[in-house]
Write a new protein. Sequence first.
Length: 210
Amino acid sequence: MSNTVFIADHPLVKHKISHLRDKKTGTKEFKELVSEIATLLCYEATRDLPTENVSVETPITAAEVPMLSGRKLALVPILRAGLGMVDGMLTLLPAAKIGHIGLYRNEETLEPVEYYCKLPADIHEREVIVLDPMLATGGSACDAITQIKKRGAKHIKFICIIAAPCGLERLQKTHPDVDIYIGQLDDHLNENGYIVPGLGDAGDRIFGTK
């Protein structure tokens, strides 16, 4: 199975990511931009949602019109930075259930360590969208998706704002059945595992904990 990789080319996404990168962008504006970009990427990631025709009465006449056919959705942010994307997703998907998975990066090995996982009980029935602003080494995303699959989820997508090529490659190889949606693909990782040019630590900038 080969996954889909979507890299946004919309001017609004590019513009908002450029503001995210600016070190002068404050916490309030940074949060708002992350949420807005999440909404724009959500639009792309939900293009394949199924619809069915239903009957409605317009002010003019009766009509058969397309509406979503009721597929259940779940959003799973990777704590903590992924929380910044949830409200933007809910703008378009207000009925989605929310799960949480907590990982932190071992600063020596750069590998993820899981400390929390709470998902909807019917996760196996839902299409799951995993959220994390940054796809750096790919370790956190790969581990989070592995844990979600272990709990029964079969249909999973991943959305991030910025990705490094090595993280994207790792996620593709580890989970070839997961479609990936990216705001912008950056150049490389530095010796500390940060994306270059990147935007720094997304979690710190979202929550003001520099």
